[in-house]
Ligand binder design. Sequence first.
Ligand SMILES: *Cc1c(COP(=O)(O)O)cnc(C)c1O
Length: 226
Amino acid sequence: MVHSETSTGVLQDVAALAAVVREFDDVLVLVDAVTSLAGSPVETDAWGFDFVFTGSQKALALPPGLALGVASERMLERAKTLEARGLYFDLPSFLQATAKFQPTNTPAISLLYALDRQLERIAAEGGVEGRWRRHEAMRRRVEQWSEECGVAFLPCEGRRSWTVSCLRLPEGKSAKQLVGALKEQGWVIGSGYGALKDTTIRIGHMGDHSVEGLNRLLPLVGLQLA
Ligand SMILES: *Cc1c(COP(=O)(O)O)cnc(C)c1O
């Protein structure tokens, strides 16, 4: 399951979905937390997840190149029973190597230093909870602006991602044009995805972005919509 659905800006209720899945002993819950982890609460154990993963390049705001994941005992036990595990997702081999403080392959050491530095910054921000609060404030800022401007969110209230806001454009406005106009002013936002390409825009506000940044960006988006 995808937690924060980056193409639509929906924050799925993965805790509720996982609770249903956990009624079945033989089904594991694997969660793509690529744009939620470090940007909004992800309670791996409390919500009953078996595998959660993210990439370094999204809400952690690091260069791309690291995939980070955590597996439950259940997941590891199941993995051991499978023969064709391949190389990249051979969890038992990761565990064996880790027990010896060894990597399975040469790691991207420079990125691990970057991660170490970013974790220090996260600690200084008040821990991951502090980071959640900043992301929640950014989501609220876009919500407040959308109400003032009469621009509708694609996801309903309460199910909006804290790291990316997907907004419906008013009739007659083109995402391509809007994104292009903002680019000329030095701002990068996204157009919609797939079928929503020209009718929605996506404002990414994850990682090291701030409410102050949104305060500067949103009026410029508003001018394009006027
Ligand atoms: C970006 C993204 C991915 C893919 O990450 P890649 O490293 O580009 O493969 C997966 N899931 C979500 C929700 C994403 O936003």
